[in-house]
Ligand binder design. Structure first.
Ligand SMILES: [Zn+2]
Length: 469
């Protein structure tokens, strides 16, 4: 009985304490400190699992995981919390405006550091698009400033809807590319994806303008490289462009018109129109939500033009090839950017854009074979074909020849034929490891595409595990 009373007393104290703390905001602060501690651990684990490969001499997306969380001031009254994604805070005499809120695991620290740098009331939260690395801190900020006006693109809602509906599908694909991710998506607390309701939705082609403390802000809906729900924030008097992921994580780069992890296609011509619109603004400083700000009006203009012209070039070359009757596979091999339009392929890749544009216009039926129309895939016949070809040993020898000729793609076809019937065949597994390593070397030489290297590394790990078994 005494124990029960003691237990009830503790329970009552907890309830009272929770109520009192919630009223004073202390409970929220305790939650934030706890989230910061967990998030800091998660960030250092992820960094330890993301190697900065020394074979590459270009800036790669992998570098994002190694950015220290800190605060700097890239322009007067503009504060940036850095990390995988940046959170920007713009100070005015009448309140503070946030642009993007970073990754959920880094959000509590972003919030603390920014509030230490510039305290005050948040009046607006402008979100560049619905990706988790840009909206992750929104709930933390809204918990303290529930009256802040959340501004998004009108398509943000739909972006958040389908990313949430397909969360498990995309999560499992992401985990293959980025092996540091936990097994399951977070299902409780502030880290859960989604649930953000915009107050202002800006339709494509429109601008939502407001003035705060004498500073004019323009939130411009501009379909971008990371989705058709992209919104940028423009400060015309300061000529500052908060670009979110309008350019993608690397500036300048070949746009990622689709992503290997899966997501909706991004229309290249809508992107060209958006680029034209932003070029006309003549920004002096671009503040992207990944990596560092870029300054210099002329340089920014040149890079934006190159991105626009390269996107148009890839589109037009693909369309011309389709009209000539070239096969998709031929176009993926043939279409290359001319030297004057050369750009990083660290995130988007020309040959994959060609395929995306081709299938965007002409869908998945390539008119190559009747078998394309039906669910039975040639892979299901592989064990029989392998037997007819002379068995796994013969295929392993053939794969080895391809590898020696520097043809790892051909080798992989022979290997997959052989492994379909005999998944443990050691010579074939060893040949697969060698083929994947050849492809990885080539991927590094050709610009270190983050998705490509991520996929190849994950297959290498799986093959090494199968060989060790
Ligand atoms: Zn991003």
């Amino acid at each position: 009985m005494v124990n029960v009373l003691k237990w009830l007393g503790v329970l009552l104290l907890g309830i009272v304490l929770g109520y009192v703390l919630r009223d004073t905001g202390l409970s929220r602060v305790i939650d934030e400190r706890r989230a910061e501690a967990v998030g800091t651990l998660a960030s250092s684990y992820i960094a330890s699992q993301t190697e900065l490969d020394d074979r590459t001499d270009v800036k790669t997306v992998a570098g994002l995981q190694h950015i220290e969380v800190g605060v700097d001031q890239p322009a007067a009254d503009v504060f940036r919390a850095s990390g995988v994604g940046n959170t920007f805070l713009i100070r005015t005499a009448e309140g503070l405006v946030l642009f993007d809120t970073g990754l959920a695991t880094q959000a509590a620290k972003h919030k603390r550091l920014l509030q230490e740098a510039a305290a005050g009331e948040i009046t607006h939260i402008v979100l560049s698009h619905s990706h988790a690395d840009h909206i992750g801190g929104t709930k933390f900020w809204l918990a303290e400033f529930p009256d802040a006006t959340v501004v998004t693109h009108a398509r943000f809602h739909e972006g958040q809807r389908y990313l949430k509906d397909l969360e498990r599908h995309f999560w499992s694909r992401n985990r293959l590319l980025y092996t540091f991710m936990p097994e399951e998506p977070p299902d409780s607390g502030m880290n859960v994806y989604g649930g953000i309701t915009p107050d202002i939705e800006v339709t494509e082609g429109a601008v939502y303008a407001f003035t705060l403390g004498g500073i004019r802000f323009e939130a411009i809906a501009a379909a971008g490289a990371e989705g058709d729900d992209n919104l940028v924030l423009w400060l015309p008097e300061q000529r500052l462009l908060f670009s979110g992921d309008f350019f993608g994580p690397l500036f300048p780069m070949v746009p990622n018109l689709f992503t290997l992890r899966g997501e909706k296609f991004r229309d290249p011509l809508a992107y060209v129109r958006s680029l034209d619109k932003l070029i006309a603004l003549e920004p002096e400083i671009v503040l992207p939500s990944h990596f560092d700000p870029v300054s210099g009006g002329e340089r920014i203009r040149q890079d934006m033009r190159r991105m626009r012209d390269a996107t148009q070039f890839i589109h037009d070359q693909t369309v011309a090839g389709m009209n000539r009757g070239d096969s998709l596979w031929q176009l993926m091999r043939d279409i290359q950017l001319p030297p004057e339009l050369a750009l990083s392929q660290g995130h988007g890749k020309v040959s994959w854009n060609v395929r995306s544009i081709w299938e965007h216009y002409s869908t998945w039926f390539h008119f190559e074979s009747t078998t394309e129309l039906y669910p039975l895939q040639v892979r299901e016949l592989y064990p029989d074909i392998a037997e007819l070809a002379g068995g796994s040993q013969t295929l392993a020898a053939r794969a080895r020849q391809s590898l020696e000729a520097g043809e790892p793609e051909a080798a992989l076809h022979w290997i997959e034929l052989g492994l379909a019937g005999q998944p443990d065949h050691r010579e074939l597994l060893q040949a697969r490891l060698d083929a994947l390593n050849q492809l990885l070397d080539r991927a590094y030489e050709q610009g270190s595409n983050y998705s490509e290297t991520g996929w190849l590394k994950s297959r290498i790990t799986a093959t090494e595990a199968a060989l060790a078994f």
